[in-house]
Ligand binder design. Sequence first.
Ligand code: PLP
Length: 392
Amino acid sequence: MTQIYDQDKTYVLNLYNRLNINIVNGEGSYLYDDQGNSYLDMFSGIAVNNLGHGNPAVKAAVIKQMDCYFHLSNFFPSEPVASLAKVLVENSFASKVFFSNSGTEANEAAIKLARKYGRSKQIDKTEMLSFHGSFHGRTVGGMTLTGQEKYKENFKPILPGVSHVLFNDCQDLASKVSDKTCAFFIEMIQGEGGITEVSEEFMTELVELSKKHDFLIIVDEIQTGLGRAGDLFAYEKFEFTPHIVTLAKSLGGGLPIGAMLVAPELESVLLPGDHGSTFGGNPVAAAAGTAVLDILTSNGFLDDVKNKSIYLIKRLEEIALAHPEIIREVRGRGLIIGIEMYDDLANKVKAESLAKGLLLNVTRGNVIRLLPPLTISYTEMDLFLSIFESLL
Ligand SMILES: Cc1ncc(COP(=O)(O)O)c(C=O)c1O
């Protein structure tokens, strides 16, 4: 046992299944441990390190901001915060942004906005919907929206007024919405749920019902956002405009920051005093965020991601075809890709990948969830593919 592992076990509340590895450095697509081993990171800190580890532009922005100030109270406007909000607005449907520290807090803000919006129309218009299989965070609101019983069964009572719709099931949706619905929370591609994508048919129905019953469509892009799915936002593939989008994970380039992007017609729902956060929109994290967005929106960056996606998915499909007894399906978009395996094989591959210098993540029990840095090179993708195939 490494000393750090031991110390962590002794003093940190035991909520995570830690690996017994002491990472001391990260650069590009690799993490390095204190034994001199390198690991090709195929899940990027669970979709946080979209630009890889130690991005120099992000680091420079952080250092520059730290030379000015680390924190400002909400009594002051802050240049890096206002700049990040401007970039987000200029590159989305939104007219205003609220900053939080994390994804689940961005969703909490959206819950409050949706409830206030609903109650302004009709006092009992407070019901919310999301999908079975979804994941929206760990706070009480986020956990309640999450459509997986295992995350909430021990913590009841949870938020009232939340129901779940069967994934991509238009009939179930129609039977559950009403004039009492104030919002539908949706991931365009379910991340924790096993890389499953919403259908065009479902979105068409959802948009129609949202107009009919006047409820908000709140897109949780905490995992899929900011280039992960090949576009800046995964919703862009579909023909609709969200009312709210929530972001976090990759927004701060590794620093904690979340955001709620709000459409123009909703920007006056929450008023001074309705919501807030001491640390939400930390200036250092915001400076990192602007550096992240500068790169993501630079010429050709997202085209590059799309090309890498085509290459990686095609190669994985060839491997799947050669191993039909092991791989059930390859699915995904951009660089959020699921490899569904039979039985417990995904966990076996994951366990063995470590000794070969590969970091893999498994979700929903049998799906290898690939979330490589968007900056991964073709050589690195080839290395991943050859190690992965050797493990099969
Ligand atoms: C889709 C989605 N929503 C919300 C969250 C919660 O974000 P955070 O862990 O930053 O609170 C996550 C985290 O995995 C997520 O993937």
